[in-house]
Unconditional design. Structure first.
Length: 541
């Protein structure tokens, strides 16, 4: 039984447990009896001994409170002194006095605390001492009482020793069972803590009584902040979700279980998660006693599935665009050839200048449409990587044919500063174009309809003969805590983003033995710097 008083609990912990507490309590009882005896027998010659015993006992109790372990190690010394006081009181009050009971108490305590063997030895020693101090005054009729008392000493030693031994065995069993229960509890706690699924246990009132580490990660709430609180107070947004009614029914015992798939959840830290939740009713004596929820964070998996669907959609759009571009090539080819014939005819005929200018405008725009169609075919082509000598400036111009109009149409300024005479690089033009399209698209989305995008190219000193490509925007920038994660798969600051664009772009640049550096400050825009080594001399065309 656990003590109900805090001060008593502290005393027990100090002394070593409830069994040890009996030692000072019995001594206090003995002191009280001695004092009462002296008070009821004024002028008795044993009063001095009782006073000495009171002072001695006060010292022992004080020392036991201050140094319990040290005093308990001196138990033999304390035993000898106690026997000495008891025999001295018996000698002073007579062999037939009630002071003999002190020997019974001492023998019983020794047998109980230190075993039956020590109890019997103490009982024999007490019997010998009792005979020694009472022998001169014993008469024939008193020998019967003496023998009964001696038998009581031995019986006390044996009886209490047996009881103490039984209690020790039971206590050892209880300790072993407690140890096993604690080991099982630690094992279960480790198992629950090691689960990748979040586990939360609720009592019948919906208060949290268990919360594992996986739920700390997915839920964004530490266990210490959740235990003992109402579940819907810990997860305020959960009360607005569809499965919250199922949980309330589960706690009421009207249903046995429920399942919620792909439920959106607003984390307390502002993030979003997608969870699978399975709830099971707990019963005790046939009555509802709470619930256990298994919470699986499927945010990454769902993002991957959505990204796969988006990639499939983009692949279908790419195939469609390639088909449209292919179909455009034929009429554009016919239009271009006719325009060239018209220009040739214009050289031999008198064609009005304004008509000739219009024809040349048609030729330029027809060529532009042809380049756009060719760019779509190149971008949508699904073929093994083919490394060739790539002119970065030409790559930029071809890419801008695809995205420049949409950027300008959104009200943004687009500035290009392309260094002439750049050395070529070795790589896959289609893959590099994908990188540039992704960077320009991200910059456009970050600006939100106002600002400037700058594209720069320049030769590099390190590595010598290399090329640097810079894409810079004047947008809001990237928060410092997110800057180091921009290339992580599935990480995005866009509400509808997949989090794959920069990750794929980073991989493409690394495949080309290049480097990517990102610099950003909140409110001062973002700059991506791509550096590529120059193409080997023998590979340049």
């Amino acid at each position: 039984m656990q003590p109900t008083l805090p001060w008593l609990d502290r005393v027990l912990r100090r002394l070593g447990g409830p069994r040890v507490l009996a030692l000072p309590l019995l001594r206090i009882l003995a002191v009280g009896i001695g004092v009462a005896w002296v008070a009821l027998s004024p002028g008795h010659e044993a009063g001095g001994l009782v006073l000495a015993f009171v002072l001695y006992s006060a010292g022992i109790i004080t020392a036991l409170a201050a140094w319990p372990a040290g005093i308990l190690r001196l138990n033999v010394f304390v035993l000898v002194v106690d026997l000495g006081f008891a025999l001295a009181l018996i000698a002073a009050t007579g062999a037939g006095s009630a002071m003999f009971l002190a020997l019974l108490v001492i023998t019983g305590l020794q047998s109980y605390y230190y075993g039956i063997r020590r109890g019997v030895l103490v009982g024999v020693a007490a019997a010998i001492g009792y005979l020694a101090v009472g022998w001169p005054a014993l008469t024939g009729l008193e020998w019967a009482n003496v023998m009964i008392r001696l038998a009581a000493l031995v019986a006390t030693a044996v009886g209490i020793g047996v009881l103490g031994d039984l209690e020790d065995r039971e206590r050892i069993k209880v300790l072993e069972l407690t140890r096993q229960a604690q080991a099982r509890e630690r094992f279960i706690t480790n198992v629950v803590g090691s689960l990748q699924e979040g586990v939360v246990a609720l009592d019948a009132d919906g208060r949290v009584i268990a919360w594992n580490e996986a739920l700390e990660r997915s839920g964004g709430v530490e266990a210490v902040a959740a235990l003992g609180r109402d579940f819907f107070a810990v997860f305020p947004s959960a009360g607005r979700l569809a499965w919250s009614d199922s949980l309330r029914q589960l706690l009421a015992g009207t249903i046995e279980s429920f399942t919620a798939e792909a439920a959106d959840y607003d984390r307390p830290d502002g993030g979003r998660a997608i969870l699978n939740v399975r709830g099971t009713l707990l019963r005790e004596h046939g009555r509802p006693a709470g619930a256990v929820l298994l919470v699986e964070d499927v945010t990454s998996r769902v993002s991957l599935e959505r990204s796969a669907r988006q990639a499939e959609k983009l692949a279908a759009i790419g195939t469609l665009a390639a088909g449209v571009a292919h179909e455009l090539n034929n009429p554009i080819g016919v239009i271009s050839s006719r325009i060239e014939l018209m220009l040739l005819d214009a050289e031999s005929r008198a064609v009005p200048p304004d008509v000739l200018d219009d024809v040349r405008v048609l030729q330029r725009h027809a060529q532009r449409v042809a380049r756009i169609a060719q760019g779509l075919l190149s971008f949508a082509r699904q073929a093994p990587r083919e490394e060739t000598s790539v002119d970065v400036n030409e790559l930029v111009e071809d890419t801008l044919l695809l995205v420049e109009k949409s950027i300008v149409r959104d009200g943004l300024r687009l500035t290009r500063t392309l260094a002439p005479g750049l050395p070529p690089i070795q790589g896959d033009a289609n893959a590099l174009q994908q990188v540039l399209v992704n960077l320009l698209t991200n910059a456009r989305d970050a600006l939100g309809g106002r600002g400037e995008i700058v594209i720069e190219t320049a030769p590099t000193r390190e590595p010598p003969g290399g090329v640097r490509l810079v894409v810079r925007d004047s947008g809001p920038g990237i928060p410092p805590e997110a800057l180091h994660r921009v290339f992580d798969p599935f990480f995005t600051t866009k509400r509808e983003g997949t989090g794959l664009g920069l990750s794929i772009s980073y991989g493409i640049v690394r495949d080309h033995h290049g480097t990517v550096d990102v610099r950003s400050e909140p409110g001062r825009g973002t700059t991506f710097i791509l550096t590529f080594p120059g193409a080997p001399v023998g590979a340049r065309v």
